[in-house]
Ligand binder design. Structure first.
Ligand code: FAD
Length: 485
């Protein structure tokens, strides 16, 4: 197995075994983003059961009809096996706290052995995402009432005077004490502009807000508060807190070891919570340099809004913005789920729209780097046009590769014709390096083999390039190639 599929896509069994490959790539200017890729070998039925057990709160299990949950943010058994149709990402299911603690030990070892480490949040309560999305929708609803629905997310500003009717609701939600909210609406906290934008609005939900208070959300039509579901149990509240503590420990290790942490993006019903938690980490750990990177999926219709809002927040609060831009790995699953359950497809209508979105988001971040050298971006793609687009823009903007503000990322075993020339030309380029014991990585690899026909089409181009190179070396009498440095 090690001579075949595993050998092509996986670097080795543990952080020691992968060292030779990492050093070899480094000699060609190609760095490594370590990605511990073990997956449990679950049947579909087992995966569905695990998902339902972990994503449905105890209160919901007791009275499934209670609350005003949106369909999208409820766990659905038929989509419980999140591995379906997913190509380039391994999938984890929440088991219990002990397993999460064990995994953290592995992650700490990875951090010590790497330059960049990829990491994921295992969010097992969908309500957190739902609250954040409803909170944003409530802002958009108010903006529409004030005749501002056609503006971009960053342009919309609500007139505070007209919002006073919601003062009481916000107090009841427990987002802040009554006095604070009164001050807020008289503009003391927000300055004298008399208006409020989405970032100010989002800042109302902060770390002093109790999770259970957030389970009350405003009804868009009536402006009244409604319960999203029954409250979390004490055990569920503490699970959430323990997750935040684990993340905090990992980020501290990363900071101490000079390692950057990249947080992967996942399905849209988890992603608002993942993004929000990542943002909290960025606020805390990106004060001197970008340590934590968030991932933005450009196949999403809302990708540009997400990127621009977070860049603006980093400017206002003075921290270092760090982003990994991808197109997105869950397209088939997202579309099938939206259609089956009956909500709007979150994905751009076609591939071209995704490409335009990617380039628009990338251009925005590159401009941010041009004007304010604090931002960093990883262009994580196998798409040659996007790589060329980035190089052209960097050239136009005078962004030198040696400034280390723009990185490139590809998966190990794929698109070496992009990674290695970039590395040799002095651009910061990284391979996502999956590793882990053969038996535990095989489930992920075998899914990749079965579902990866699209990806494999891309490898035909690699095969023909390899063949040309082999011929060139034979004819030129230079079989082995030595890196330039
Ligand atoms: C280093 C690295 C890190 C990654 N991390 C993540 C991550 O954290 N989260 C994540 O979700 N993915 C991640 N991915 C996977 C990534 O999102 C893509 O699935 C994969 O890279 C293929 O996209 P591409 O840009 O390389 O290639 P391309 O072949 O140019 O693009 C294919 C992608 O375009 C989009 N697309 C295709 N057809 C359509 C259509 N009809 N309508 C709309 N969009 C369409 C889909 O996103 C599809 O995956 C990562 C990839 C890399 C290389």
């Amino acid at each position: 197995m090690k001579m075949t599929f595993y050998g092509q896509f996986v670097a080795g069994e543990d952080h020691n075994a992968i060292k030779p490959l990492i050093h070899k790539n480094q000699a060609f200017g190609v760095g490594a983003v370590l990605d511990y890729s073990v997956e449990e070998d679950l049947t579909q039925e087992e995966a569905e059961k695990k998902e339902m057990d972990s994503c449905v709160s105890e209160a919901e299990k007791e009275s499934p009809g209670a609350g005003h949950r949106e369909k999208k943010y409820k766990a659905h058994r038929q989509f419980g096996d999140r591995r379906g149709g997913v190509i380039s990402a391994r999938t984890y299911f929440y088991a219990d706290e002990a397993k999460c603690d064990n995994q953290m030990e592995t992650f700490i070892n990875c951090i010590k052995a790497s330059e960049v480490f990829v990491f994921f949040f295992l969010i097992n309560k969908l309500q957190f995402s739902e609250v954040l999305v409803k909170w944003r929708k409530f802002f958009n609803f108010l903006a529409a009432q004030q005749g501002k629905s056609d503006m971009t997310a960053l342009e919309k500003r609500l007139e505070l005077e007209q919002l006073k009717v919601f003062q009481e609701s916000l107090t009841q939600m427990g987002v802040a004490a009554r006095d604070d909210i009164e001050n807020w609406f008289t503009g003391e906290k927000l300055g004298l502009s008399g208006t409020i934008d989405l970032l100010d609005w989002n800042s109302l939900i902060n770390d002093t807000t109790k999770m259970s208070n957030l389970l009350m959300v405003p009804n868009l039509e009536t402006g009244q508060l409604e319960s999203l579901s029954n409250k979390f149990t004490a055990e569920e509240e503490s699970q959430m807190k323990r997750m935040l503590q684990r993340v905090d420990i990992l980020a501290k290790h990363a900071l101490e070891n000079g390692v950057r942490l990249m947080v992967d993006a996942e399905q849209t019903y988890f992603q608002p919570a993942i993004s929000r938690l990542t943002l909290e980490m960025q606020r805390k750990f990106n004060r001197e340099k970008p340590v934590i990177f968030n991932t933005y999926q450009c196949y999403l219709k809302e990708a540009y809004d997400n990127v621009t809002l977070d860049v603006e927040l980093s400017r206002r609060e003075g921290w270092y913005f760090g982003a990994k831009l991808v197109r997105g790995a869950y397209m088939y699953q997202e579309r099938a789920r939206a259609q089956e359950i009956g909500y709007e497809d979150p994905i751009n209508p076609d591939y071209e729209a995704t490409n335009r979105m990617y380039h628009k988001c990338l251009e925005y971040v590159l401009e941010e780097i041009e004007h304010n050298r604090k931002a960093n971006v990883m262009v994580a793609t196998h798409n040659e046009d996007t790589v060329k687009f980035t190089l052209e823009k960097m050239n136009e903007m005078g962004l030198s590769p040696t400034e280390n503000k723009v990185y490139f990322g590809q998966l190990l075993g794929m698109c070496d014709q992009i990674s290695f020339p970039l590395g040799q030309a002095g651009f910061p380029v990284y391979k996502y390096v999956p590793y882990g014991p053969v038996n535990e990585v095989i489930p992920y690899l075998s899914r990749r083999a079965q579902e990866n026909r699209g990806f494999m089409k891309g490898s035909q181009r690699e095969r023909s390039l390899l063949w040309n190179e082999l011929t060139r070396r034979f004819l030129g009498g230079q079989i082995f190639y030595k890196p330039a440095y």
